[in-house]
Ligand binder design. Structure first.
Ligand code: ADP
Length: 156
């Protein structure tokens, strides 16, 4: 995977992805919104790869959310890292599955989930985030939704 890091504003990139997806998501009766703190720093990122991460996490959120919607939230994790959270109000993920989600080919079964896809999406997201020097993890209240969070270092 070739990574081409350039200075960019992650909130602008996220806004583009949200704008591109919003009519489709609203057509499904769900909301999508973006919130970010003012004065976020520039970071070094690969535009195309980060768009792939946003699209992947938003599409997953969409697959497992029947009511409510998706919030993209961007803030600072600490002075060296930007924190991006993609939260949904969907079916959530049980604690025992949360650890393994980012493994290649891992899929969560049962509980009325339709299993489609390849089980590769989150493994690819992890690879991309790690190539940027960041980390990715999931939080969830089973039944109340999930939050997929990742950090990207700010431009030094
Ligand atoms: P797939 O291509 O099968 O969707 P992923 O790697 O993207 O594979 O996701 C792995 C598993 O994580 C999926 O099978 C799905 O059950 C679960 N998952 C991913 N995102 C969410 C989410 N937002 N809410 C609930 N479950 C999720």
């Amino acid at each position: 995977m070739a990574v081409n890091l350039v200075p960019l504003r992650i909130e602008m990139l996220a806004q583009e992805v949200v704008d591109a997806q919003s009519s489709f998501i609203r057509g499904k009766g769900l909301f999508i919104k973006i919130e970010f703190i003012q004065g976020l720093p520039l970071l070094m990122g690969d535009r195309d790869l980060l768009i792939q991460v946003f699209n992947n996490l938003i599409n997953n959120a969409l697959k497992f959310t029947q009511e409510g919607g998706i919030t993209v939230f961007i803030s600072l994790q600490d002075e060296k890292d930007v924190l991006i959270c993609i939260r949904d109000t969907g079916i959530g993920i049980a604690p025992q599955d949360r650890e393994r989600l980012f493994e290649k080919f891992y899929q969560v079964g049962g509980g009325g989930r339709h299993v489609g896809g390849t089980g590769l999406g989150l493994a690819i997201c992890k690879e991309i985030v790690q190539r940027h020097g960041g980390r990715i993890w999931a939080e969830s209240d089973a039944g109340k939704g999930s939050s997929f969070n990742f950090t990207i270092p700010v431009k030094s």
